[in-house]
Design a protein around this ligand. Structure first.
Ligand code: GUE
Length: 295
């Protein structure tokens, strides 16, 4: 049976650590970390995630501000809100919850966030610095996965890692982090996507598979080799009348078929998702401490 990479417990342990560090920082006269989140529209999943983030802030002793706007807010008005937070010295970190409505240019918005407050690590300056191995805010999901591999001492050096998905916020940064020098790191990385030919041939060679393509239960049992480490980034809500919420969360991995073959595996829920939250808090604390950018 595989070892389950328990993201929920690991996130909690990290949050306890962040709470301790925050208390010590504040006791020494430091400023209480303050995270601002912008939420546009009424998307149910987005509301849930943002609420999780705000609650997590409370838990570790941060201040938080949630700014909600209707789905028809103009791009210009949204950019002004970003500018206002950029200029607010009390706020250390700003996230604009994605996805945004179609009439808003996402890149324009995330590029407008000051890199020093971009705790999501989406700004080109942070992506560039991360890529070069310089101090940066690292995108929360890949960063959380690195922390999870570290916590369970998953051997990564020299391993072949296949990342499925090339998104700017998960697949691409994940491939870069895993190929960088260090532990975790030092992997040989292959990045696959919707145009990849013979995907199964690729995944069968993988010591570590990261499934981040957003198709429920895509990775089947016959696509992974015996003893692989499997990281499931997918989180899709599938209708389920038997649940109180009316839905259940399904990952990109066919867990029942893949788990018996794997050495390490992340569950959904309780795997990568909670680690994303811990990483965001970590980045916000770094910002309050001016540990990444000195200004
Ligand atoms: N600007 C921005 N930054 C993000 O980091 C960002 C975003 N937009 N948009 C959406 C995605 C998704 N995301 C998740 C965070 C936590 C869980 C999480 O805590 N999941 C729990 C369960 C959550 C539930 O109950 O629905 C789990 O997997 O166990 C999942 C997904 C952050 N994202």
């Amino acid at each position: 049976m595989p070892t389950i990479l328990d993201g929920k417990a690991t996130s909690k342990a990290l949050q306890d650590q962040i709470a301790e560090e925050t208390a010590a920082f504040v006791a020494q006269g430091g400023k209480k970390p303050h995270l601002a989140a912008i939420l546009v529209g009424e998307d149910g999943a987005s509301q849930t995630y943002v609420n999780h983030k705000v609650k997590a802030c409370e838990r570790v002793g941060f201040s938080s501000t949630l700014k909600r706007f209707p789905a028809d807010i103009t791009e210009e008005a949204l950019l002004e809100e970003v500018e206002a937070i950029n200029a607010n010295d009390d706020i250390d970190g700003l996230i604009v919850q994605l996805p945004l409505p179609k009439h808003i240019n996402v890149t324009k918005v995330t590029d407008r966030i000051r890199p020093e407050k971009d705790v999501d690590g989406f700004h080109p300056i942070n992506v560039g610095r991360m890529t070069l191995g310089q101090p940066a805010y690292i995108s929360a999901t890949p960063f959380g996965i690195m922390k999870l591999l570290e916590r369970y001492e998953v051997e990564t050096s020299g391993k072949h890692c296949v990342v499925i998905g090339r998104s700017d916020i998960v697949g691409r940064p994940m491939s870069i982090l895993l190929s960088q020098k260090g532990n975790p790191g030092d992997c040989t990385v292959t990045i696959c996507h919707s145009r990849t030919k013979n995907l199964k041939e690729m995944t069968l060679q993988a010591d570590i598979v990261v499934a981040a393509l957003g198709i429920p239960e895509f990775l089947k049992g016959d696509m992974v080799k015996e003893g692989a480490t499997v990281i499931d980034v997918g989180i899709t809500r599938v209708e389920d009348a038997s649940k109180k919420s009316g839905f259940r969360l399904v990952g990109d991995v066919d867990y029942a078929a893949v788990a018996p073959k794997s050495e390490f595996i992340t569950p959904v829920p309780g795997g990568v998702g909670p680690m994303t939250i811990a990483s965001l808090l970590y980045n916000t604390m770094q910002s309050a401490k001016k540990a990444v950018y000195s200004v």
